[in-house]
Design a binder for this molecule. Structure first.
Ligand code: 5RP
Length: 225
């Protein structure tokens, strides 16, 4: 069993009968979905799920997990998702894909949010290994980019896979992939990005997790906030 699977299985132990569980997106989150389905099949676990992306919704459906749409919920019991970076104060960077809008809604709506990752995701500061994805309303992208540049940001619109156009998110928006001065702390950057007109959502998950579970060499370290 690899570390991503191990940490996902550990988080799945926190799922109890009757819970409404948020499903994350990515390879680690996929192991969590698989484990929920196994527990439903083999242990008779009774849960309802809500997905952060179309791909996770399809996976849950194909495994016969009961699923409800985000627009029909007002809160969830538990959300389990991966991350691209995790800093020492448990800020996450997420959204390498294009589903950070739903991911952040579920993170905020959850009674408990557990981030699951292997140790390769640990960083000293947010933005160390990845650019910060910032989802913007298409018609506002130039104005928003200029505002972000005024904050010291550098970067550009994310190209599509064929490199002949721009990446479109699940919600029909563009993504600006930006770098900022590493001396800017996560809270300040989070606040600045959230307050910039034209920004729909961004990949900094500040003060949202209840715990990060980190797997390394076959062991899981549960770090509760
Ligand atoms: C998607 C995410 C993922 O959780 C993040 O990219 C981690 O992915 P993986 O578990 O495949 O390493 O934030 O928006």
């Amino acid at each position: 069993m690899n570390d991503k699977q191990l940490v996902a299985l550990q988080a799945a132990k926190y799922v109890q009968d009757g819970m409404l569980v948020g499903l994350g997106t990515g390879s680690t989150a996929n192991y969590f979905i698989d484990e929920l389905a196994r527990r439903q099949r083999e242990e008779g676990l009774k849960v309802t799920t809500v997905a952060s992306s179309t791909i996770s919704a399809q996976k849950a459906q194909s495994l016969q997990l009961p699923i409800v749409a985000l627009e029909h919920i007002s809160g969830i019991d538990l959300y389990v998702d991966g991350a691209d970076e995790i800093s020492p104060d448990k800020t996450l960077l997420k959204g390498r894909g294009s589903d950070l809008v739903k991911e952040k809604l579920l993170a905020k709506a959850a009674q408990q949010f557990i981030a699951v990752a292997d140790e390769s995701k640990l960083v000293d500061y947010i933005g160390q290994n990845f650019v910060i994805p910032i989802e913007v309303i298409p018609f506002a992208w130039q104005l928003t980019k200029r505002s972000l540049e005024a904050l010291g940001g550098t970067g550009d619109l994310r190209p599509n896979a064929a490199k002949d156009g721009y990446w479109i998110t699940s919600h029909g928006n563009y993504v600006l992939d930006m770098k900022f001065d590493p001396s800017l702390d996560a809270k300040s950057l989070n606040d600045l990005l959230s307050n910039t007109p034209g920004v729909v959502e961004h990949g900094i998950f500040y003060s949202l997790v209840d715990a990060v579970f980190i797997a390394a060499n076959g062991d899981v370290d549960e770090r509760w906030a």
